[in-house]
Design a protein around this ligand. Structure first.
Ligand code: FE2
Length: 202
């Protein structure tokens, strides 16, 4: 397709490839991303690490530049809120929750957004990391739901849930569709509704 000289939209679009964070604790960050999402360092040096868990040469880069300062009030400062990783199915997503919980890595917020059911963690630097599974199992369907559904138009956050209820429901034989419905009905709400702001880790 020819580029339209007068359009603000490019004729072809680049794909999202990676995100880069600066860090004061490179080692902890590398270990955390490997443990949480299976990212491995393609290259690791004194200045940083370049991590991937798929066919791309890197997806998350970490720069340990000299003279960095700790952020001030990161949860209430504009910028990055979270990076998201997606499991292809519900079982792998629940298994990830259980594995991390048993390693004492717990989400600060769990939300069924309608098109995804999502667990939110913070990395050692307080950056959000979302681990999600698509409730439709197909991106075109979840995209259509986001665009057109009354539910999303009314509420773009969704329903909070306690993941332990989800684990229990799965062990009792409920399907993903049944659990999703119960979460959306507010049946698995946590005792305390968490804050959508990132937790302060400093
Ligand atoms: Fe997200």
């Amino acid at each position: 397709m020819a580029e339209d000289q007068h359009s603000h939209v490019p004729g072809s679009s680049p794909r999202l490839h990676h995100t880069t964070f600066t860090t004061l604790q490179l080692e902890e960050m590398v270990l955390w991303y490997e443990k949480v999402a299976g990212l491995k360092a393609v290259f690791r040096g004194d200045l940083g690490a370049w991590l991937t868990n798929d066919e791309a040469n890197h997806r998350i880069a970490l720069l340990a530049l000299p003279n960095l300062k700790r952020p001030v009030d990161k949860p209430h400062t504009t910028g990055h809120h979270h990076t998201a990783f997606e499991y292809p199915d519900f079982d792998q997503w629940v298994n990830s929750y259980v594995r991390l919980r048993d390693a004492n890595i717990k989400p600060f917020m769990c939300v069924d957004h309608g098109m995804t059911i999502s667990l939110y963690y913070t990395d050692p630097d307080g950056n959000g990391v979302e681990i999600q599974v698509d409730t439709f199992g197909q991106w075109d369907k979840s995209k259509t739901w986001m665009s057109n559904s009354e539910e999303f138009a009314v509420d773009q956050v969704g329903e909070f849930f306690d993941p332990e209820h989800v684990v229990k429901a799965r062990s009792e034989g409920l399907t993903f569709a049944e659990i999703h419905l119960r979460v959306r009905n507010g049946e698995y709400r946590p005792e305390v509704i968490p804050d959508v702001y990132l937790p302060e880790v400093y």
